[in-house]
Design a protein around this ligand. Sequence first.
Ligand SMILES: *Cc1c(COP(=O)(O)O)cnc(C)c1O
Length: 230
Amino acid sequence: MVKENLAKVEKNIIAACERAGRKPDDVTLIAVSKTKPVEMIEEAIEYGKKEFGENKAQEMKQKYETLPKDLKWHFIGHLQTNKVKYVVGRACLIHSVDSVHLAEAIEKESEKKNVISDILIEVNVAGEESKFGLKTDETEELIRNIAKFPHLRIKGLMTIAPYVENPEDNREIFRSLKELSVDIKSKNIDNVLMDILSMGMTGDYEVAIEEGATHVRVGTGIFGERDYSI
Ligand SMILES: *Cc1c(COP(=O)(O)O)cnc(C)c1O
């Protein structure tokens, strides 16, 4: 089932790229494997998938230790400073930095491990109260405050759009995140790249790609519904 789903999602990604006049190689599909067992991830690996997304620090660490070392792990969940140690040096990209405090903790741990950590800034474009992430108009200031950290590299922006029945309802949110990234890029802040836009999940990744997503995070569409009761 995992392999068939991956093939279907990849086909949809190619079609969305065609509609938008983009190259499929410019879009990375992150298979969000949170809560899913190693056996299912192994099926995806057999298919050829190498990039996975996890939202819990210890779960990511454990899967990282268990599975082959040539995989790439994206940390996509809210990160508490006391869990930073599990993620730094293991995640290829931390998608969810939304405070100076967290950035400082990642900087310290990266210095200790002698690595450079690639990060994204999480923006709560929709302004949903229940979600983490910065307000759009706070983003540039945070970026300026953490751009000077020598062990961090700010690669772009991430957003989690609301759950909607009709993916078109999120188009404006994806467009706003793209606009914000173009705006920040134009300021040429040292150490700030803005070439990654992580947006779009199972329900709306095609619209996100049409609006410029470089990384889509798809869980349910690949691994099926998650069961949080067990
Ligand atoms: C769980 C999760 C996803 C994947 O969601 P699906 O709707 O299952 O595709 C994507 N991004 C983040 C940040 C998540 O926590």
